[in-house]
Design a protein around this ligand. Structure first.
Ligand code: A2P
Length: 279
């Protein structure tokens, strides 16, 4: 471990908000996930985010260290003992250039104040729920897809994930597979619950079974044809969006054209949006 990281990890250890890393998995040179201990008192709603990070470099003049924090969606469900996160690695990103080196036993800072708009409470009842993600924007849906309420509230659950390369789909694909085989969910919701999940992964810069941006595939009608449903409508469909900024804006505009209205905790409606973390 380079000197600065060792210093950052050491300084993090004695903080009141420190949590211990339990597990780390690397998917590509750009993506990894990790699990940390959960503060006993932390309650959150599936889809919410918290601030996490490490101590920054000491100030060259004063020697003081400040925490370097970023918003991270909690990828694990609300009932889980540990907290899971899914992250990009930005080579010169202030936080992720270091965070990518964490190992089990290390400590990170976690501010236990969950917030966010991608929550069931912000949506009116509907028949179908759509989760639209690009890249690490999959994280809040990893939580929501493991929440029994998602299957209690909706007849059909659509999860679309657009990434540049095939390897970037691994985290999501494995998660969907594990959910389909989840005995607890099957017990709670009924054996047929797995049939409610419609997973639609697409890539834009590497060959895969379904290529193209989800926005283009919806505009052409191809996505709806593949999935066997009509385009979204305010009477039946609810949606959550989480991806890069351009994607969020474009899809938001499309949903408005379908007649869906943006909801909030204080005023539930048809869809909600949140930006995926970028270092
Ligand atoms: P593309 O390769 O065509 O840019 P990133 O890693 O840059 O955040 O992008 C993640 C995925 O989101 C990429 O597949 C990218 O496609 C796609 N994407 C970027 N902008 C948009 C947009 N406005 N609408 C739909 N998909 C987008």
């Amino acid at each position: 471990t380079p000197v600065t990281e060792a210093a950052a990890l050491k300084a993090t250890r004695d903080l009141p908000d420190a949590q211990t890393v339990k597990e780390v998995r690397h998917y590509t040179d750009r993506l990894f996930s990790f699990k940390v201990t959960r503060p006993q008192s932390l309650r959150f709603r599936s889809g919410e985010f918290v601030m996490i990070g490490l101590m920054g470099d000491p100030d060259p003049k004063t020697g003081n260290q400040k925490p370097l924090l970023r918003a991270y969606s909690i990828a694990s469900p609300a009932w889980d003992e540990e907290l899971e996160f899914y992250s990009i690695k930005v080579p010169d990103g202030p936080l992720t250039s270091r965070l990518q080196h964490i190992q089990p036993g290390d400590q990170i800072i976690l501010r236990p104040k969950p917030v966010g708009t991608l929550v069931h409470d912000a949506l009116l009842p509907g028949k179908r729920i759509w989760f639209f993600a690009t890249g690490t924007g999959f994280a809040p849906f990893a939580s929501l897809l493991r929440d029994p309420q998602t299957y209690e509230d909706y007849d059909q659950v659509f999860i679309t994930h657009t990434c540049r390369e095939v390897g970037e789909l691994t985290y999501g694909a494995e998660l969907i597979e594990s959910i389909r085989n989840d005995e607890l969910l099957a017990e709670l919701i009924g054996e047929g619950f797995a049939d409610k999940i419609h997973y639609y992964p697409t890539t834009t810069r590497e060959e895969s079974p379904k290529m193209g941006r989800i926005t283009d595939l919806m505009r052409s009608g191809e996505a709806f044809e593949d999935l066997g449903v009509p385009p979204l409508a305010p009477e039946t469909d609810r949606a959550m969006i989480c991806g890069n900024l351009a994607f969020n804006l474009e899809l938001k505009e499309m949903l408005e054209e379908y007649g869906l209205e943006e909801g909030a905790n204080s005023k539930p409606a048809h869809y909600v949006v949140e930006k995926a973390f970028l270092d």
